[in-house]
Design a protein around this ligand. Sequence first.
Ligand code: NAG
Ligand code: NAG
Ligand code: NAG
Ligand code: NAG
Length: 503
Amino acid sequence: MKKAVLVSVGFLQLISFISCALDRSQFPPSFLFGTATSSYQIEGAYLVDNKSLNNWDVFTHLAGKIKDGSNGDVADDHYHRYMEDVELMHSLGLNSYRFSISWSRILPRGRFGDVNSLGIEFYNKLIDTLLLKEIQPFVTLNHYDIPQELEDRYGSWLSPQIQQDYGYFAEVCFKAFGDRVKHWTTFNEPNVLVKKGYLIGTYPPSHCSYPLEGCRSGDSAIEPYLAAHNIILSHATATSIYRERYQVNQSGMIGMVMNSAWYVPFRNIPTDRSAAQRVLAFDNGWFLDPIIYGDYPPEMRQILGPRLPIFSLDDKEKLKSKLDFIGINHYTTLYARDCMFSHCTFNISQGDTFVQTTGERDGVLIGDPTAMPDFYVVPYGIEKMIMYFKERYNNTPMFITENGYAQASNKDVPMKDFLNDTERIEYLNGYLASLSTAMRRHADVRGYFIWSLLDNFEWLYGYSLRFGLYYVDYNTLERTPKLSAFWYKQFLNGEKVQKQKAS
Ligand SMILES: *[C@@H]1O[C@H](CO)[C@@H](O)[C@H](O)[C@H]1NC(C)=O
Ligand SMILES: *[C@@H]1O[C@H](CO)[C@@H](O)[C@H](O)[C@H]1NC(C)=O
Ligand SMILES: *[C@@H]1O[C@H](CO)[C@@H](O)[C@H](O)[C@H]1NC(C)=O
Ligand SMILES: *[C@@H]1O[C@H](CO)[C@@H](O)[C@H](O)[C@H]1NC(C)=O
């Protein structure tokens, strides 16, 4: 990838990438190009229109959980500004938008209360506004948030009861929105949810155990695997319902989204090569192998033995509903160093992989650092990641459901320092070029979503990281395009020119 050269400095002037071959026409016309968000991170309106508290509302209101002491009560106030936000996407020329549905807006009390008609109405309006602008809704059913009542009643993901309750929620959504939604994903990054929620305890419900500190309860050796098991079977429950009752009429696809970093062996020796394979299997195969092949990866079974739950015959029957596509959230590449056969210390957050992951080797970083710890700029990683999925899962259709670049922020940094985001443009340009290489190598990738449309509430980092193509002023909630918004628009407009030429 040659370096992008910015020839014009005014934000309203066009951006030229002189020696860069990247072009919309390298991607099929049906390819989805969008931006991604999630409900808790942008909606705000946290108790408006009969929405109830979810786990993140409760968690962020506890002292000391979020870096800047903030929460998502208001966030980007997208709930009240969705029309403006759809207009922003339309102005960029997107043909798809990935967002998530807030479970506690639709079912404030989970299965123990009524469907909230006001919640249904909000997403109906959002979906209809998108379609009017020819933007396809790409919908996540669960992006970390869950009605607090399900946590309080039975411990949410730790109980098999969640499978039925999740299925019920999914069916309410298929019924209400499935006539217009053609892409569903059941879960966003369940691999992150279970590790942070039940292994290290930094996300709700804050479970962990010795030697990890700071949790009131939990069992880091068992609970992550139990929660994952119930999530996999919740996926299977929802997917079976979709296949049996909705898919024929609604003709959509349903998949799951993984957080997938690429790993390079720390040294070119067999033990580090197998460490890289092992950590990839623990990250991705943990969920995708059961869903696609009916059982956990052998790499995990070997290490975990009976700590890994067993799928009953009934479960295996349900798992036959599989998935239609794999969603890949890809941001970074790290080194993987074996700690099973050679002595080294590894971070407990890597769980039971016996792998040390690091972005540094002999004092040299694997790529330029970004404001997000452990996120380095390594464009070739996305091609490797895609080819890994292509091989392991027989070229199941894939969407890049997230890819993006974070800027560090605090209240004292003025807006103008964020608008000239040439590093973000270089990042996106590099990753897109590498993605197109994977497609030339026959990987079945069907869409690409930039995280994110707007700066938003970045979980534990609060508002101290800015991932948006649009800058958000958190006092006025005004949205201002960064240079990357113009870049994306220019890239997408290239396609329209091409299409006209071709026809
Ligand atoms: C934006 O940043 C680039 C390099 O990072 C610099 O060359 C250019 O002058 C900047 N433009 C403005 C308007 O500040
Ligand atoms: C909102 O909740 C209140 C209290 O439960 C209820 O009386 C009201 O009917 C609800 N509104 C709608 C439109 O569902
Ligand atoms: C699917 O469509 C068929 C034929 O139009 C109809 O009879 C059936 O009720 C529909 N099923 C659902 C679940 O809407
Ligand atoms: C281990 O990982 C956690 C979570 O990713 C991180 O906060 C912590 O700093 C890491 N510890 C070390 C020693 O690298």
